[in-house]
Design a protein around this ligand. Structure first.
Ligand code: PLP
Length: 372
């Protein structure tokens, strides 16, 4: 098949996932797979698990990767629901919607927890975390989001997990929107459970999440799950047995994900992808500031993943009008997600290049929906 014959997407997604994928990733979905055949189990599922563990750390022998059906939240829920015994207590650090979602999960699953909640434009403070851990020795686990996609803020995960380990806590990191796009080593960063999903920086299509975890920590999840289908230990043990999934796996999505991993390697790996995303983000912010837009966050807090801008204060501005005009020009952006203040977001990830961002800025200038 000549993939150039596939139709172009009608617009470029500048969103935090699902995002713009390559034609070759989409084309990889054009075969049907039998889930007990080695062509799928060994050559696709096990290959993906192997590659992900290697991408995550140079100490890959200590870690294992578990794939979990569903969107990213299902993978987060499987970790929170499986890793924390009923006698234990979780500290959740939240400065955005995804941190708050972990609190919701703990609530629904009846998991004892404490919170350290900040506003959406503040990074957690190390001394405050230390104080909480000192004051509450009953805390056994700590969970934090790496890049809070709500705003694009980057949290100081490495410092916080180092502190958590100093107090001997188990660490859970939602690196959904950063893994594959920002260099990190789970072992060096002392992360016990790292969670991400297919449709973010690896540039696959949506349908499953994955957990990269220390094997000794996975062992401890046995018989602890509060859900049958989201039982992390059971899913792991079944997958260890030749790449099987307990329940129907999203075969086409999984095959496309392997292609996305191959393309990540072809691009030059995570460092190179990080450089591209960072360039996208810098060009975007520079261009938008030149037109008169203001970013929600100061530069030092910023991830290269997604950028929040304050909405223009033109009287006639409405997000949906702005959105539709940009869409007519071939670009799809994202609404804001912060609780106070009016913002919109532009994603920098996916099959998006600096030249696309240049053209986006030109399109925004041409539709004149900015400042007054
Ligand atoms: C995308 C994302 C999730 C998962 O969201 P789903 O809609 O369930 O895929 C979780 N955390 C963060 C930080 C994310 O960016």
């Amino acid at each position: 098949m000549n993939i150039n014959n596939l139709p172009d997407n009608p617009y470029l997604l500048l969103t935090p996932g699902p995002l713009s994928t390559s034609k070759s990733v989409k084309a990889a979905m054009l075969q049907d797979w039998c889930t007990w055949d080695e062509d799928y189990n060994l050559k696709v599922v096990q290959e993906i698990r192997y590659r992900l563990t290697l991408l995550a750390t140079s100490m890959s022998g200590l870690y294992s990767t578990v794939l979990m059906q569903g969107s990213g939240t299902f993978a987060v829920e499987s970790v929170i629901g499986s890793a924390i015994p009923s006698s234990c207590k979780l500290l959740i650090i939240a400065n955005g919607a995804y941190g708050m979602r972990m609190i919701q999960i703990a609530n629904v699953l009846n998991i004892p927890y404490e919170t350290y909640i900040l506003d959406e434009v503040s990074q957690p403070d190390i001394d405050q975390v230390r104080e909480i851990l000192e004051k509450m020795p009953e805390i056994t686990h700590l969970a934090i989001v790496h890049c809070e996609t709500t705003t694009g803020i980057l949290n100081p995960v490495r410092e916080i997990t180092a502190l958590a380990k100093h107090y001997n806590k188990t660490t859970i990191v939602d690196a959904m929107s950063s893994f594959g796009g920002i260099p990190m080593d789970v072992h060096e960063w002392q992360i016990d459970f790292l969670i991400s999903s297919a449709n973010k920086c690896i540039q696959g299509v949506p349908g499953f999440g994955f957990i990269i975890a220390r094997k000794d920590k996975l062992e401890q999840c046995k018989n602890q799950a509060r859900s049958l289908s989201l039982d992390l230990y059971d899913q792991w043990i079944t997958m260890e047995n030749g790449g099987k999934w307990r329940f129907t796996s999203p075969t086409h999505v999984v095959r496309a994900f392997l292609q996305a991993l191959v393309e990540l390697e072809e691009e030059g790996g995570i460092e190179k992808r990080y450089a591209r995303y960072s360039k996208n983000q810098k060009i975007l912010v520079k261009g938008m500031r030149e037109i008169g837009f203001t970013t929600l966050l100061p530069d030092f807090m910023h991830s290269p993943i997604i950028t929040s801008f304050l909405s223009p204060n033109q009287k006639e501005y409405s997000f949906i009008k702005f959105y539709n005009l940009l869409k007519d020009n071939g670009y799809v952006i994202y609404p804001g997600k912060i609780s106070k203040g009016d913002t919109f977001r532009i994603g920098n990830i996916g099959v998006v290049n600096p030249s696309d961002i240049d053209k986006l800025v030109e399109a925004i200038i041409s539709i004149k929906f900015w400042g007054d």
